[in-house]
Every structure is written in structure tokens, then in C-alpha cells.
Design a protein around this ligand. Structure first.
Ligand code: FMN
Length: 302
């Protein structure tokens, strides 16, 4: 029996640690993202009940469209953590793709793709307790082994698969592939190098996937979800709103958090380099908003 997706749409925001927080998710939802993930959360930290985790969990107004992503390598730890957090979002996703050293050296993230037996054990234990369960994976550790990975995930009963079309060794470079193994036993969502509406369409066509998740292509460009070209005024308005939301979430530190988005929001704008280097030094929220207003004003009248 082919499983049906429980997601509220087919184009979502991919998980990005340090990026896809409540503020950015809200901005992307406003522009048409149909679902999203939390940043990855350590299963161990959930079990230790670490209070800083609170900031990662979905908020009430987005609970029915955000998945909670966990990472770890111990099957029982992951299952216990998943059982604890599953009611906090729409579903639970297992991270089997993160290539960062401090994660893989503990066998977590894409480290799971080096040990298929443990991957199977993790998925099996999580499946026993998680109601709505997906895995986000890469196509392999150092070569394309997606067929094997897919078959493990499906035989252990996952509801959906998200796949980033690169190996772990590729990190984030090289072209992501979209022509992957997809016998359509479960809904599959493609990730990797999706920067335009045309990419969304082509990634779905080439992979036969049910949908896509947009990652770096959404940073500074939440309009990728609506497909509309923002007017000058609405772009500025979104930027100011994003700054405000980060400020609400993190206080003064929100200004520093916004720096990750400056390059994206000012892409292809005149004198962007000079503006960016100036803006990166600002630490006050009002000053930051004023700098953007002034810059956009100058651009408008230029
Ligand atoms: C800064 C950054 C942080 C990321 N963090 C996560 C994460 O926490 N969990 C995860 O599954 N993938 C994470 N990813 C991978 C993305 O979800 C996505 O699969 C990958 O970036 C490929 O898509 P892209 O080429 O369109 O950026 C991250 C990517 C980036 C760039």
C-alpha cells in the first residue's frame, strides 16, 4: 500500500541549523512555504531536558505544519526523545544527513549512513513510538547508495523520505542530483540546489518526487515560495519584519542573527558590498532598521 503524505503541501522550508528558527519560518510561511522543520535538536539534550531547547520547538501558531528534527545515534535514546517531543510539532524527522564533524564522529547525522545496521536499528526503534515519522538523508556517505538506504527506510516503515541529492563527503558543494532512485513506495521530497521556481519544477520532474524542500535558496529570498517578484517596498517591509521577529526572539542578539540574511536580501542590489560591510558592524536594532530604510530609499531614488 502506498502511503499518503500528511504534509499540508508539497513545497516546504528545509531544516537549517542556525537559520530556520521561528522568525525565519514565520517569514517563509507568510510567503507561501507550506511546511517547515525546526533546526536539528540533539536527542541527548532532549533527554537531559536542557532548557535552551525550548527556543527550537515549534510555537503554537505553526505547530500543525512544522516537523521536529532530532539527531543522535543511539536507537533507544532517539526513540525516547522522539516520544517526548512528538506532540510539539506535526511530525518527527530523523537527521541522517548532517556532515559536520562533531556530529558524524558520534555516528549521528550522515554518520548513520556509514553503518546501515545502526541506521536500521534507529529507524526501527523510533518507528515503534513515533506516530508521524520521516527521515532526512543524503544519497550516501561517499557514493550513491540511495537505493539501499531507501529500502531500509521503507522496510522499517517510515512515512516519508526527504533526500538531499549529494553524498555526505560532498558536503554542500558540487551539483546536487535529482535523478535518484524513487520506486514511490512512500512520499519523497527532494532537496539540493533549489534556487528558483523552475528548479522546483525540474527537481520534481527529474526525481518523480512528491515535493521539494528549499534550503539556501530561501535565505534572503522567501519569495521563492510564492513565486512572486517582490516590489521594492514589500522587500523592505519583509526585511524590517524579519529583523523585528529576530529581536522578539533573541533580544539584542537578534541583530547579530540577522547578519546571516544580509547577503541574501541585498543580492544584486547596487553598492551591496559597501552596504553589507557597514551593516555587519551594527549592533543596535533601530540603527539596523534605519540603515536598511535609508539604503532602500537611496536605491529607490537612484
Ligand atoms: C546552514 C545550513 C544548515 C543546515 N542544517 C541542517 C539541519 O539542521 N538538518 C538537516 O537535515 N539539514 C540541514 N542542512 C541541509 C539542508 O536542509 C539542505 O538539505 C541542503 O542545504 C541542500 O539544499 P540546498 O543545496 O538547496 O541548500 C543545512 C544546510 C545549511 C546550508
Amino acid at each position: 500500500m502506498v502511503r499518503r503524505s500528511f504534509l499540508p503541501g508539497n513545497v516546504g522550508l528545509a531544516p537549517m541549523a542556525g537559520v530556520t528558527d521561528y522568525a525565519f519560518r514565520t517569514i517563509c510561511f507568510k510567503h507561501g512555504a507550506q511546511f517547515a522543520f525546526t533546526e536539528m535538536i540533539s536527542a541527548k539534550s532532549v533527554l537531559l531536558n536542557i532548557s535552551i531547547n525550548e527556543i527550537y520547538f515549534p510555537k503554537e501558531d505553526e505547530k500543525n505544519k512544522v516537523g521536529v528534527q532530532l539527531f543522535g545515534s543511539d536507537p533507544y535514546e532517539l526513540a525516547e526523545a522522539a516520544a517526548m517531543v512528538q506532540e510539539r510539532g506535526l511530525w518527527v524527522d530523523l537527521n541522517a544527513g548532517c556532515p559536520v564533524n562533531k556530529v558524524i564522529k558520534k555516528g549521528a547525522g550522515s554518520g548513520l549512513l556509514k553503518d546501515f545496521e545502526n541506521l536500521r536499528a534507529v529507524v526501527r526503534e523510533m518507528r515503534k513510538v513515533v506516530k508521524r515519522f520521516s527521515v532526512k538523508t543524503r544519497i550516501g556517505w561517499d557514493k550513491d547508495e540511495f537505493e539501499k538506504i531507501y529500502d531500509i527506510l521503507v522496510s522499517e516503515g517510515v512515512d516519508m523520505i526527504f533526500v538531499h541529492g549529494r553524498t555526505a563527503k560532498q558536503m554542500y558543494s558540487g551539483k546536487a542530483r535529482w535523478d535518484i532512485y524513487n520506486p514511490k513506495s512512500v512520499p519523497l521530497y527532494m532537496s539540493g540546489d533549489i534556487y528558483t521556481r523552475e528548479d522546483i519544477k525540474r527537481a520534481m520532474e527529474e526525481s518523480g518526487a512528491d515535493g521539494v524542500i528549499v534550503a539556501r535558496g530561501a535565505i534572503g529570498n522567501p519569495w521563492i515560495f510564492s513565486g512572486s517578484e517582490p516590489s521594492f517596498g514589500s522587500k523592505l517591509q519583509t526585511i524590517l519584519e524579519h529583523i523585528e521577529k529576530l529581536y522578539e526572539l533573541y533580544g539584542k542578539h537578534g541583530v547579530v542573527e540577522f547578519r546571516k540574511f544580509v547577503a541574501g536580501y541585498t543580492k544584486d542590489m547596487p553598492y551591496a558590498r559597501e552596504f553589507r560591510s557597514k551593516v555587519m558592524k551594527i549592533t543596535d536594532v533601530e540603527e539596523l532598521k534605519c540603515a536598511f530604510q535609508k539604503y532602500f530609499e537611496e536605491f529607490r531614488t537612484a
